[in-house]
Design a protein around this ligand. Structure first.
Ligand code: FES
Length: 211
């Protein structure tokens, strides 16, 4: 996903390694959840996942700015970034755990809790905000019974906010996975969400939080 250089950052946190900020981060790279894929392949064991992670670290560890690509790949392997994985990465890259955790906290697309199969991002950039993005966000929160940063109990949805999708002329915008929805009205939220559930849409507030 293209966007301003600081898009996706969490305000108020700063990674320790300035070189890492120069890496072009793409949120689309973050969505691959190898462990939870929907095909018929078998779920990998913890040992196999660790082997994959170590292979990634072997490949990147001597390159400058290795931390962020390793974290991206680790999130692709595990679906999120468990604390034990962050500690393993810190040890293998010979970095303080605090630095690794700081980078993860800085970029909003890194997650230390399991995400749902469908990540909803509601744009709260200026154009979307003034055209009702907050009302769309509130409608989703109410419908799913979760807040920003949380995941429905059945792990179908996670909810996040974004700054701009580059669709400002068709604000307010939101995305679910790779699909971008434009000129969204709160009244359309149930219909949009229902596309991602095989079962009937849930009642308002029927689901609660996992992580
Ligand atoms: S501000 Fe929402 S798409 Fe640009």
């Amino acid at each position: 996903m293209s966007g301003p250089p600081n898009e996706g950052h969490n305000e108020g946190h700063h990674p320790a390694d300035a070189d890492q900020r120069t890496i072009d981060l793409k949120e689309s790279d973050m969505g691959e959840e190898v462990r939870q894929c929907a095909c018929c392949c078998e779920e990998a064991s913890e040992e196999e996942l660790l082997e994959r992670l170590d292979a990634v670290i072997d490949e990147y560890q001597d390159k400058p700015g290795a931390l962020i690509p390793v974290l991206q790949m680790a999130q692709g392997i595990y679906g999120y970034l468990p604390e034990a994985t962050l500690k393993h990465i810190a040890t293998r890259l010979r970095k303080p755990y605090s630095e690794v955790a700081g980078v993860v906290g800085f970029y909003s697309f890194f997650s230390t809790v399991p995400r749902g199969d469908n990540v909803i991002r509601v744009c709260l950039g200026t154009a979307c905000y003034v055209r009702g993005g907050k009302a769309v966000l509130d409608a989703i929160k109410s419908r799913l019974g979760i807040d920003v940063g949380e995941t429905t109990e059945d792990r179908v949805f996670s909810l996040e906010v974004a700054r701009c999708f580059g669709a400002c002329g068709l604000a307010p915008a939101m995305s679910i996975g790779d699909e971008v929805y434009k000129r969204v009205r709160p009244s359309r939220v149930p219909e949009i969400l229902a596309k991602y559930r095989e079962t009937a849409p849930v009642e308002e507030g029927a689901l609660n939080v996992a992580g």
